[in-house]
Write a protein that binds this ligand. Structure first.
Ligand code: NAD
Ligand code: UDP
Length: 310
């Protein structure tokens, strides 16, 4: 297949490029480097099956020749990033998704939309299954991301229903691993960076909010399996291993040997979800997928990566 990945120079996008190239496909990564970095794909330069296109996907995407699949991963993803780029976040979710869908339609390609657990907002149902419609504050600080992704899902389903587009929607839960930006503000790079510098870890609020952290390789496997089905409703991909942010901080200090401890510093962003854990029944049933990599194993690999970056 000839596969186009928007956001291909980002954390997840670059791992998808690697996976599809390893399977013998041809990959075009499209990215405007708003939050991504050429370092993530530097090892692919010179690969005859790989092309990089520096382009902002809120503008018309023009590519010659056949395309068999379009994976739309372009979007700021860290709360700090989307607070810094609120309008870009809304535009890439709305106009960017429209252009990516239009490209897929014109090429007769499959389409896969990268959605998020944030479509559930600060959830009132636990764990979150795909039929839960969510609890989102449209005008809160996180609304720019949540509503962009909800609109992107709506537009994807509209193309599927109105144009019979062969579409997929993956709802990604917190994913971490090598190539995350050290300064992207998310809890994994923040804590690991602090720990490797021998600083106390900054827990926001009381640290009793929960998350479920999956390693990048598990996510990539889920995305590939979803692309290979003909299932069109959203599918959660995430681990069910849930823990509080305070316990997460303790694990990072333990794995890095950081003696500086933890400080409770900073308010949580308004609407910061209190709990988050996917119901993965659908992924298990339809994709025969479940996360495999235990938290501590994935964190060890990620810590190793950040040791080299720092
Ligand atoms: P990332 O910031 O590393 O990657 C996003 C990429 O999109 C970057 O390379 C950025 O430069 C690019 N981009 C942004 N706006 C663009 C535009 N207008 N045109 C072209 N490129 C643009 O973040 P990530 O964690 O790799 O996230 C990738 C996707 O996965 C996002 O759509 C995000 O919403 C989704 N997602 C990620 C997570 C997670 O835990 N990492 C969770 C849920 C959903
Ligand atoms: N968080 C924290 N300290 C940090 C960064 C984040 O306590 O230095 C918390 C944040 O308040 C949230 C959780 O960690 O409850 C996960 O935050 P992240 O930015 O990684 O992504 P989110 O899951 O909120 O989208």
């Amino acid at each position: 297949m000839r596969i186009l990945i928007t956001g291909g120079a980002g954390f997840i996008g670059s791992h998808l490029c690697d996976r599809f190239l390893a399977e013998g496909h041809t990959v075009i990564a499209v990215d405007n480097l708003l939050t991504g970095n050429m370092r993530n794909i530097a090892h692919l330069q010179g690969n005859p099956n790989f092309t990089f296109l520096h382009h902002n996907v809120v503008h018309y995407i023009s590519v010659d020749g056949p395309i068999h699949a379009v994976l739309h991963f372009a979007s700021p993803a860290s709360p700090i990033d989307y607070l810094k780029f609120p309008i870009q976040t809304l535009k890439v979710g709305a106009l960017g998704t429209h252009n990516a869908l239009g490209l897929a339609r014109s090429k007769g390609a499959k389409f896969l939309q990268a959605s998020t657990s944030e479509v559930y907002g600060d959830p009132l149902v636990h764990p979150q299954h795909e039929e839960y419609v969510g609890n989102v504050d449209s005008i809160g600080p996180r609304g720019v991301y949540d509503e962009a992704k909800r609109y992107a899902e709506a537009l994807t389903m509209a193309y599927h229903r109105a144009h019979q587009l062969d579409s997929r929607i993956v709802r990604i839960f917190n994913t971490y691993g090598p190539r995350m930006r050290l300064d992207d503000g998310r809890v994994v790079p923040n804590f690991i960076g602090q720990a490797l510098r021998g600083e106390p870890l900054t827990v926001y609020g009381e640290g009793i909010q929960t998350r479920s952290f999956q390693y990048i390789d598990d996510l990539v496997e889920g995305v590939v399996r979803l692309l290979n089905t003909d299932y069109h409703e959203p599918v959660n991909i995430g681990t069910t291993e849930e823990l509080t942010i305070l316990d997460f901080a303790r694990i990072i200090n333990e794995l890095t040997g950081n003696q500086a401890g933890i400080i409770f510093q900073g308010e949580r962003i308004k609407g910061d979800p209190q709990t988050r854990q996917p119901d993965t029944t659908r992924a298990r049933t339809i994709l025969n997928w479940e996360s495999k990599i235990p938290l501590r194993d994935g964190l060890q690999k990620t810590i190793e990566y950040f040791r080299h970056v720092i």
